[in-house]
Design a binder for this molecule. Structure first.
Ligand SMILES: [Ca+2]
Ligand SMILES: [Ca+2]
Length: 87
């Protein structure tokens, strides 16, 4: 009877880790989103070089790369997808 409980704990702790990682990305996103409209503009990103240094935006052309739908805005989903990419 113990086995399902152990598996359940393993699943829960796995998702808890992913949750923590996403929460970190969202907290960084919110720091960058100066007008809190849920999107990052290039100006908003350039305004926070200290935050950007800790993200995947810290290289030339990264804004264009992260902007998947090419609307010149980085949504929270686009931001998280870009941060989850490892180079
Ligand atoms: Ca914004
Ligand atoms: Ca976009």
């Amino acid at each position: 009877m113990n086995k399902p409980i152990i598996i359940l704990i393993a699943i829960l702790s796995g998702s808890a880790f992913a949750q923590t990682e996403n929460e970190w990305f969202i907290s960084q996103f919110n720091l960058l989103d100066k007008d809190s409209d849920g999107y990052l503009t290039l100006a908003e990103i350039q305004a926070k070089p200290d935050v950007i240094r800790q993200t995947n935006f810290f290289y030339q052309g990264s804004f264009e790369f992260a902007d998947i739908n090419k609307d010149n805005l980085i949504s929270q989903a686009e931001y998280i997808a870009n941060e989850q990419d490892t180079y």
